[in-house]
Design a protein around this ligand. Structure first.
Ligand code: ATP
Length: 297
């Protein structure tokens, strides 16, 4: 009888494992807001990343035809530079990142990387060139090793350890009783917001993309962790073309250009000192934020 049931219980385990991984993938797509399928053109070519210049030209976009979201958005991120988008909730900042990753096609205008229209390149090659540090990192129900290695599945163990060291999470991992084999995620060890972001940073360092999108977390981390993580993110951004979706202005002070968005339009642009001198929307946001920081908690 036992012999009969063993294969059945094996099937049960397999079923659970498959179901869990399906749930992971589903969750990931949900978080990334993956929409209906975007198809590669029959003659799509792999993206050839040279310097890594990103160019939005007169981009218009709507999730639903009756509600336009972006209007005539144009900006360039020169290779190796950093552009930050700021503005109130719903202004369209994260939409810029989704369009760059081509989760959706633009409704008007174009997006180009090193001159190549995103609609003419293969999605795999596009997504291989872009690293995203999202607001909320999805952890798989698997070892922390797997979770970091996911950034580049063919990385060596040494490279993975190096990425964890650079993301300041190595000591934490080594302090766990089961070290790198510790299972994390919903059904494993729950990591704090800061630890999760560090896993995302390690993944991205491992991937080493030419283009980086940082979607700054809105959820509050404790100030010290947040400052440390911000500094680490800016360090990764320094050496590559970066788009920062910022919720706190302190992150954008050093950006080469800041786009101030309102209702899907760029209403002001410039570097931090230029925008302060304009004494407009940005200067007002800055003053409010300074005031809030000075108020005792
Ligand atoms: P936040 O600072 O709150 O993250 P945001 O500036 O990044 O805001 P977006 O996420 O780009 O704003 O959203 C811009 C607008 O598009 C919002 O009004 C939002 O309701 C709408 N929107 C976002 N995602 C979708 C979607 N999948 N379907 C329909 N509308 C959407």
């Amino acid at each position: 009888l036992l012999q009969m049931f063993q294969p059945l219980s094996f099937l049960g385990v397999m079923y659970r494992q498959i179901k869990e991984s399906i749930t992971d993938v589903e969750r990931m797509f949900q978080l990334l807001q993956r929409p209906r399928e975007i198809e590669d053109l029959p003659d799509a070519r792999p993206l050839a990343v040279r310097a890594g210049e990103v160019r939005f030209e007169h981009v218009g976009f709507a999730y639903n035809p009756d509600r336009p979201i972006l209007h005539d958005v144009s900006f360039v991120i020169p290779a190796g530079r950093t552009v930050a988008a700021v503005g109130s909730s719903g202004a369209g900042k994260s939409t810029l990142a989704r369009l760059l990753f081509r989760f959706y096609d633009v409704g008007a205008g174009s997006i180009r990387i090193d001159g190549q229209d995103l609609r003419h390149v293969t999605q795999d090659s596009l997504r291989a060139a872009i690293g995203v540090v999202p607001q909320d990192t999805v952890l798989f129900n698997d070892s922390i090793y797997y979770n970091i290695a996911y950034g580049r599945p063919d990385a060596t163990r040494e490279e993975i350890i190096e990425a964890a060291r650079a993301a300041h999470i190595l000591r934490f991992i080594e302090s766990l009783p089961q070290g790198w084999d510790t299972v994390v995620g919903e059904r494993g060890l729950k990591l704090s917001g800061g630890e999760k972001q560090r896993v995302a940073i390690a993944r991205t360092l491992l991937k080493n993309p030419a283009i980086l999108v940082l979607d700054e977390a809105t959820s509050a981390l404790d100030t010290q962790t947040e400052k440390a993580i911000q500094a680490e993110l800016l360090e990764i951004a320094r050496s590559r073309t970066s788009l920062i979706i910022a919720h706190r202005l302190s992150t954008v002070v050093e950006a080469d250009e800041i786009l101030v968005m309102e209702g899907g339009r760029i209403v002001e642009r410039g570097c931090h000192p230029e925008l302060l001198a304009k004494n407009g929307v940005y200067a007002h946001m800055w003053a409010l934020q300074q005031q809030a920081e000075e108020e005792p908690a």
